[in-house]
Design a protein around this ligand. Structure first.
Ligand code: URA
Length: 232
């Protein structure tokens, strides 16, 4: 059991010091009894706020990132977290992105407050699949598919070559690229290596999660996630 002020403030409903006021202004029930005392103790599953169950203790969110948003907690400019409801922004532990997308990259990004999950999905050992749609400045040379699949591409400043990647040509200037690493500016650097330039980058998929049907800037909660059921 946890104190109600701790429970509510960790989930971002209010700050600890605001709990008393929050309990006055909202109907908070513990086992169907209205409570007004911030120090009351409760299990997460026994609390209702205005007839709704509490947000889950661990959260996983899929967001379709628009261009112009930064994957950082403290940077000048528009932060990706500002696309989430204030309550989620106030959670403790904080919600963080699982890896990062560049400011001008759009598409699938996961966010979580689950450190273990975040670590798993960003670990270089896990080979997490990412699929990008890449618009190129110039048509393909023709040898990129073989080159990227070879596992022999050594980018500037790297000690090891990239793991094999799968390139699918849609048109000569539009490709889908599947990679399992997440090196800094990796896709842009891969095409710079082939003397080309990425002019638009959209992530279609991250670890099986896709944003095809989602509006830009929209997010959804991945319910009942657990590492096993999503094979994460
Ligand atoms: N590769 C890049 O170059 N940028 C991204 O945002 C993601 C992958």
């Amino acid at each position: 059991m946890k104190r109600l002020d701790a429970l509510l403030s960790n989930l971002g409903y209010c700050s600890r010091s605001e709990t008393k006021l929050f309990l006055k202004q909202n109907e908070v029930l513990i086992k169907n009894q209205r409570v007004f005392n911030p120090t009351s103790k409760a299990n997460h599953c026994d609390v209702l706020v205005n007839n709704e169950a509490l947000d889950s203790e661990k959260i996983l969110i899929l967001l379709n990132k628009p261009s112009g948003y930064i994957c950082s907690h403290n940077d000048a400019g528009k932060l990706i977290y500002s696309l989430l409801p204030r309550r989620y922004q106030n959670r403790n532990p904080k919600i963080s992105t699982i890896g990062r997308l560049d400011i001008d990259t759009t598409g699938a990004i996961l966010l979580t407050d689950d450190g273990e999950l975040n670590h798993k999905l960003t670990s270089p050992k896990k080979d997490v699949k990412k699929v990008y749609e890449v618009s190129l400045e110039k048509p393909l040379n023709g040898d990129e598919k073989e080159l990227f699949a070879s596992g022999k591409v050594l980018l500037n400043g790297e000690e090891k070559p990239l793991k094999p990647a799968i390139l699918k040509e849609i048109t000569p200037t539009l490709v889908h690229l599947e990679i399992v690493e997440g090196k800094y500016h990796q896709v842009k650097r891969m095409f710079a290596y082939t003397k080309n330039r990425v002019i638009k980058l959209h992530r279609l998929e991250f670890s099986g999660f896709r944003v095809d049907e989602m509006e830009e800037g929209a997010f959804k909660i991945i319910d009942d996630f657990n590492i096993k059921s999503y094979n994460l």
